[in-house]
Design a protein around this ligand. Structure first.
Ligand code: SAM
Length: 264
């Protein structure tokens, strides 16, 4: 069993061209390819595994995210959902706000293909309200001030240079635009902490092996969760990127947290 670690009170910048890939130290340039391989391998089982691993909780967390986002129901509103994968956040925004247009951007075409297929199966005049686009969170292919909102769910911890992704978020937001991030975070309840560690480092890789035939990818996902900055440290990073009015809300005792901020 890999021991859980969390470096979340300090933000560890990649030193000497290296960074973390789960608990391994790799060259920063290597990480993107490794992350891509993980999501290539898990794409077809990604939605099923999310349900199994979280006991369906991820659905409630994404509901909570879109409820806090609170997209206006009638007027046109443009959202970029970065690392949007198979479209879970995008579809929730579309269901809630008929005036919204969502651009789902992800580095991994396999994940986007699953999302595109799901979009095709949904009924109700959505054509033209959602677009799927391959791209990198660290260099967004959009002009400054393009979007009313920027969302990212369970994506930012996979990015090699989180600072660059945050700075890009600020750049593409219109003045007054909203940033909202949902990510695994630091459990705040002590007993829950132990149960969660045991579950994460034993049950999740085992489930990955059984259901997706791939324990390694799921081990990476768990390790990357533990390496991610805690609530306070991530708030500081968001502020350092120039976003303002940073607030967070914990979900399920801090297993996940949402961070909200604005561009002024
Ligand atoms: N947001 C979706 C959800 O909540 O179901 C997908 C989350 S999935 C855990 C993480 C996603 O981040 C993957 O689809 C992966 O391809 C994407 N990703 C990783 N690095 C990225 C990057 N640098 N730019 C854009 N997407 C990236």
């Amino acid at each position: 069993m890999t021991e859980p670690t969390r470096d979340s009170d300090t933000i560890e910048p990649p030193a000497g061209g290296t960074t973390h890939f789960g608990n391994r130290t790799v060259e920063a340039v290597e990480k993107e390819g490794l992350v891509r391989q993980v999501f290539d391998r898990v794409a077809s089982r990604y939605d099923l595994m999310n349900d199994l691993m979280s006991g369906g909780l991820h659905r409630l967390w994404k509901d909570a995210m879109v409820a806090w986002l609170s997209p206006p129901r009638r007027r046109p509103w443009s959202v970029i959902d970065v690392a949007g994968g198979t479209g879970d956040v995008a579809f929730r925004v579309l269901d809630r706000a008929p005036g919204a247009h969502v651009t789902v951007l992800d580095i991994n075409q396999e994940m986007l293909d699953v999302g595109q297929m799901r979009a095709g199966k949904r009924s109700g005049g959505e054509a033209g309200r959602v677009a799927f686009l391959q791209g990198d969170a660290q260099t967004l292919p959009f002009e400054d001030a393009s979007f009313d909102a920027y969302t990212i769910a369970f994506g930012i911890r996979n990015v090699t240079r989180i600072e660059d992704a945050l700075s890009e978020a600020r750049r593409v937001l219109k003045p007054g635009g909203r940033f909202l991030c949902l990510e695994f975070s630091q459990v705040t309840a002590p007993m829950l902490d132990r149960v969660y560690d045991f579950y994460s480092f034993n049950a999740i890789p085992a489930m990955g092996r059984l259901v997706a035939g791939d324990a390694e990818s799921y081990r990476y996902l768990v390790e990357s969760i533990r390496r991610f900055p805690n609530q306070a440290a991530f708030s500081t990073m968001i502020e350092q990127a120039g976003l303002r009015r940073v607030r967070h809300r914990n979900l399920s005792g801090g297993i996940a947290a949402m961070h909200s901020a604005y561009k002024f």
